[in-house]
Design a protein around this ligand. Structure first.
Ligand SMILES: NC(=O)c1ccc[n+]([C@@H]2O[C@H](COP(=O)([O-])OP(=O)(O)OC[C@H]3O[C@@H](n4cnc5c(N)ncnc54)[C@H](O)[C@@H]3O)[C@@H](O)[C@H]2O)c1
Ligand SMILES: O=C(O)C(=O)C[C@@H](O)[C@H](O)[C@H](O)COP(=O)(O)O
Ligand SMILES: [Zn+2]
Length: 362
C-alpha cells in the first residue's frame, strides 16, 4: 500500500509512504531540471548509485556528493564542499538537489539547496525512520556550529518526499528505535493512537530483525506521524508559535547531543528530553504522575534511554540557553498540560529545572 500525505503549506507538496518508490522519485523530479546532485553518506552509496543510474536514464546529468556520515556531515565545511561541487558542475536555478539518507543528510541537503543561488529545489529520499517521519518533512534545514546544534539553517520546503519502506531493511535496529522516539513525540503532542500502537507492538518494533508485523505497524506509525507533522507545519511553517510543539523534548535533548559531542543519536537524546519535559510539567503542576510514568514506560519498552548521568547541569544549561525557543534570558519549554495538549512553560523557577534534572539523573 502507498499512502500520500499532502503538506498544504506555502508551496504544497506530497510525502509518499510505500515500498519501491525510487523510480517514481526520479520520474517526478522537477520537469525543468537537467542536473541532479545526489547528497549521501557512505552507508547509502549503493542506493545513491541506483539513483544515479535512474537519473541518467531519465536524460539528466547525475552528480554524487558523498559526505561524512551522521552528525559529522552537518557542518559548514561539508556544506561548502557541496557548494563547490554544484559550482564546478554548473548547477543553475532550474536544477535540483536530492538528499538520500538519514536526518543528518536530509538536513544538510536541504540547507545546501536552500542556499545555492538563494534556493533551488530539493527532493528528499529519507532512509531512516527518523528522517521519514520528521527531518525530511516540513522544510527545516540546517547545520551545527561549534557552539551548538542546528544553529545555522533556513526554512526551505522540499519539492517532494519519498519514504521508501524498503530502505528500512538495512537500517540497524538501534537506529529504527531512535527514530521511533520522534514517532512517540507525535503521540504525546497530538495523535494518541500512536501511543496505543507502540504500547501494543513494542517488542516487534524494537526487535533486531524487522518482521512483517513490525513493518506493517511501522507503515501506519510513519504515516500517522507524517500527518501530525504535515498539519502543524501547514499551519505555521516558520515556527511563529504552533510549530514549537514539534520541539517537545528537544530543549534538554539537544543539550544532551551537544554535551555528548553528538555521540548520542538525536532520537535517544530526545527520548530523555521528553522525560525531562514530563518531569518539569509535573513539578509545575501540569502533568499527572501517571502521565510521567507513561512517558517512561513507552520509551523504555522500545529500549530508548530515559535517564542521563548526574553532575552535568552547568554544561546542559549553557547548551539550553542557546535553544532557538529562548528569548533573551527567558528559557522556554514545550510541556504537556495532559497528554495531547502541549503548552509553553516560560522562565520556570530554576529549582524546577534542577528538580526535573534530578528526576532523570541516574
Ligand atoms: N529538519 C528537521 O525537522 C529534523 C527533524 C528531526 C531530526 N532532525 C535531524 O536529523 C538528524 C538525525 O537523523 P537520523 O536519526 O536519521 O540520524 P543519521 O542521519 O545520523 O543516520 C543514522 C545512521 O543511519 C545510517 N543510515 C541511514 N539510512 C540507513 C539505511 N537505510 N540503512 C543503513 N544505514 C542507514 C546513517 O548513514 C547513519 O550512520 C539530526 O541531525 C537531527 O537534528 C531534523
Ligand atoms: O520540525 C520542527 O519544527 C521540529 O522541531 C522537529 C524536530 O524533531 C527537529 O529535531 C528539528 O530539527 C529541531 O529544530 P530546532 O529548531 O530545535 O533546531
Ligand atoms: Zn527532532
Amino acid at each position: 500500500m502507498t499512502a500520500t500525505v499532502r503538506v498544504e503549506s506555502g508551496a504544497p507538496y506530497d510525502v509518499t509512504v510505500g515500498t519501491g518508490l525510487l523510480e517514481r522519485a526520479v520520474q517526478e523530479l522537477p520537469a525543468a531540471s537537467r542536473k541532479v546532485l545526489v547528497v549521501h553518506a557512505a552507508p547509502l552509496r549503493q542506493v545513491a548509485d541506483v539513483m544515479r543510474a535512474r537519473i541518467e536514464a531519465s536524460g539528466r546529468e547525475a552528480v554524487l556528493a558523498e559526505v561524512p556520515d551522521a552528525e559529522s556531515g552537518k557542518t559548514a565545511e561539508v556544506a561548502a564542499f557541496c557548494w563547490q561541487v554544484l559550482g564546478k558542475s554548473d548547477f543553475t536555478r532550474s536544477d535540483v538537489v536530492v538528499g538520500v539518507g538519514g536526518g543528518a543528510v536530509t538536513d544538510l541537503a536541504g540547507f545546501v539547496a536552500a542556499t545555492w543561488m538563494r534556493g533551488i529545489a530539493v527532493v528528499q529520499v529519507p532512509t531512516t525512520v527518523l528522517a521519514m517521519v520528521d527531518a525530511a518533512v516540513g522544510g527545516k534545514t540546517g547545520i551545527n556550529t561549534t557552539e551548538g546544534k542546528n544553529l545555522v539553517g533556513a526554512f526551505h520546503e522540499p519539492h517532494a518526499v519519498w519514504c521508501d519502506l524498503a530502505m528500512l531493511e538495512t537500517l540497524p535496529a538501534y537506529d529504527r528505535v531512535a527514530g521511533l522516539a520522534e514517532v512517540v513525540k507525535g503521540g504525546f503532542i497530538r495523535d494518541g493512537v500512536i501511543l496505543d500502537l507502540v504500547e501494543d507492538h513494542a517488542d516487534a518494533l524494537k526487535a533486531e530483525q524487522l518482521s512483517p508485523e513490525a513493518l506493517e505497524v511501522l507503515e501506519e506509525l510513519i504515516t500517522r506521524k507524517v500527518r501530525v507533522k504535515a498539519e502543524v507545519v501547514a499551519a505555521d511553517l516558520k515556527e511563529s508559535h504552533l510549530r514549537e510543539i514539534l520541539n517537545y523534548g528537544h530543549t534538554f535533548g539537544h543539550a544532551i547531543e551537544y554535551t555528548e559531542r553528538y555521540q548520542w543519536r538525536h532520537g535517544s537524546a530526545v527520548a530523555v528530553g521528553m522525560v525531562f519535559a514530563a518531569e518539569l510539567a509535573h513539578l509545575a503542576g501540569k502533568l499527572s504522575e501517571a502521565d510521567v510514568d507513561r512517558h517512561r514506560a513507552i520509551l523504555s519498552s522500545l529500549g530508548l534511554p530515559t535517564t542521563y548521568p548526574p553532575g552535568r547541569w552547568d554544561a546542559l544549561l549553557t547548551a539550553m540557553r542557546r535553544d532557538k525557543k529562548t528569548r533573551g534570558d527567558l528559557l522556554r519549554f514545550v510541556v504537556l498540560q495532559g497528554i495531547g495538549n502541549p503548552v509553553r512553560l516560560e522562565g520556570p523557577d530554576p529549582a524546577l529545572l534542577v528538580g526535573a534534572y534530578d528526576a532523570v539523573s541516574s
